[in-house]
Design a protein around this ligand. Structure first.
Ligand code: FPP
Length: 247
């Protein structure tokens, strides 16, 4: 039996630098092409009626890159958001951001805040930009906040299940369904600190193409392959494995 199309697709957009270097261009050119690919894939997700699309646009580890590349990525993101705002609104796309935005410059933070406000009532695709996001950081922060809430509250925590509920409510992705499909481009086959908690039962799809070469057709092929996978969540039928094991 075929799976229905994924509700939530998350993408590790990898290979901009290698794509550019293979063409004897600067890595920055690769990021520009990568931002165009991001636009194409958002359109493809809209055409496919996907409900949630997460793009890993800047990781907590990306600060380790040369300052010039980091500054360029920040400018590119800002320009992309500014340029795309009117179209996204027209396309009924709701934009959200996850990650710690504090270290970003005010002009990027303002653009992000504007687009989230402007699109907050949109009911089509939810497009999530993961920015200065790290999966371990998300888990650590949620555990810390849940522990603080548990210790300061007079109501005692009576079960692991109750703590799980509290913990999950503090995750950055708490209001977003778990990703059904995670795509990584560029031939690398690892998860690189992306959505560590919510990807527990995601299907993984690795494309050999560098992100700037990843086309709408490639995106549809990934969805097609997903629809042929058998998802058992560790059991014999669809169920939430973590909640079941704690019951
Ligand atoms: C990985 O390529 C990509 C990134 C670190 C950032 C992703 C950014 C973009 C796709 C462009 C901006 C995005 C938007 C949505 C405007 P890499 O530099 O790690 O490539 P490499 O592994 O070949 O060096």
């Amino acid at each position: 039996m075929k799976n229905i199309d994924p509700n939530h697709i998350a993408i590790i957009m990898d290979g901009n630098g290698r794509w550019a270097e293979s063409k004897k261009h600067s890595r920055l050119w690769g990021h520009i092409k990568g931002s165009q690919t991001a636009q194409d894939i958002v359109e493809a997700a809209i055409n496919k009626n996907i409900s949630y699309l997460t793009l890993f646009a800047f990781s907590t580890e990306n600060w380790k890159r040369p300052v010039s590349e980091v500054q360029f990525l920040i400018k590119l993101l800002e320009r992309h958001i500014k340029k795309r705002k009117a179209d996204l609104l027209k396309q009924n796309v709701r934009v959200l951001c996850v990650g710690d935005l504090t270290p970003f410059p005010d002009h990027l933070k303002n653009e992000l805040s504007d687009i989230q406000k402007a699109t907050s009532k949109c009911t089509g695709l939810t497009l999530i930009f993961a920015l200065n996001y790290g999966g371990k950081q998300e888990i650590l922060q949620a555990a810390f906040k849940a522990a603080q809430a548990a210790f300061s509250s007079s109501s005692k925590l009576t079960s692991k299940e109750k703590f799980l509920e509290l913990f999950e409510s503090h995750l950055e992705f708490s209001t977003i369904p778990d990703p059904d499909l995670i795509i990584r481009t560029s031939g690398e086959q690892r998860i690189s600190n992306f959505m560590l908690w919510s990807s527990a039962y995601s299907e993984l799809y690795f494309s050999p193409k560098f992100w700037p070469d990843f086309s709408k057709q490639d995106f549809f092929e990934a969805i097609n392959e997903y629809s042929c996978r058998q998802r058992r969540f560790g059991g014999l039928k669809h169920m939430d494995p973590i909640k079941e094991s704690l019951a």
